[in-house]
Write a protein that binds this ligand. Structure first.
Ligand SMILES: C[S@@+](CC[C@H](N)C(=O)[O-])C[C@H]1O[C@@H](n2cnc3c(N)ncnc32)[C@H](O)[C@@H]1O
Length: 143
């Protein structure tokens, strides 16, 4: 699994608990400080072995290992080139892999969200009804 734009790892920790002992979660962010915060939270716990911290660049994630599930929570509106972003994700995901794509309610309009979903489709994803996420816009993108 990949938590892209993980911030201080609020969801990464739940994801690492979900994957169990043999699973792996890559926590990726452009801000070193965020990765440091997450590092301090998991240091000395069993989750440290399951979570790989990864510094991405503003315009490239730069991951080559395959991932089956991606959480993109409140991050995509901050990414300058969304087609490049989704294309890069498509290149590391197997067919059937899913992205849970969630955006915040106020500064991402309904039309901006729909436009980003169209961009993800252009990159090779199909959109499916997402779960209800309180106050947010959410969709599942399937490779
Ligand atoms: C609003 S925070 C959300 C954090 C986390 N996903 C959450 O919901 O708790 C957005 C995060 O995305 C990161 N970010 C912004 N652009 C990014 C990019 N191009 N690649 C990876 N992370 C990025 C920011 O540094 C920030 O930590």
């Amino acid at each position: 699994m990949l938590d892209i734009g993980c911030g201080p790892g609020f969801f990464t920790i739940d994801m690492a608990q979900m994957v169990g002992k043999s699973g792996r979660v890559i926590a990726s962010d452009v801000q070193e400080g965020m990765l440091e915060k997450l590092k301090h939270k998991i240091e000395g716990t069993e989750l440290a072995d399951r979570i790989q911290l990864h510094k991405s660049e503003k315009t490239r994630i730069r991951l080559s290992e395959p991932v089956d599930f991606v959480l993109a929570f409140y991050v995509v509106h901050e990414i300058p080139n969304k087609l490049d972003f989704f294309s890069e994700l498509a290149s590391i995901m197997q067919p059937g892999g899913q992205i849970l794509f969630v955006e915040p309610p106020f500064h991402v309009s309904k039309s901006a969200f729909a436009e980003t979903v169209r961009t993800a489709q252009e990159a090779g994803f199909q959109s499916e009804k997402g779960p209800k996420v309180l106050f947010s816009k959410a969709v599942i993108l399937k490779k």
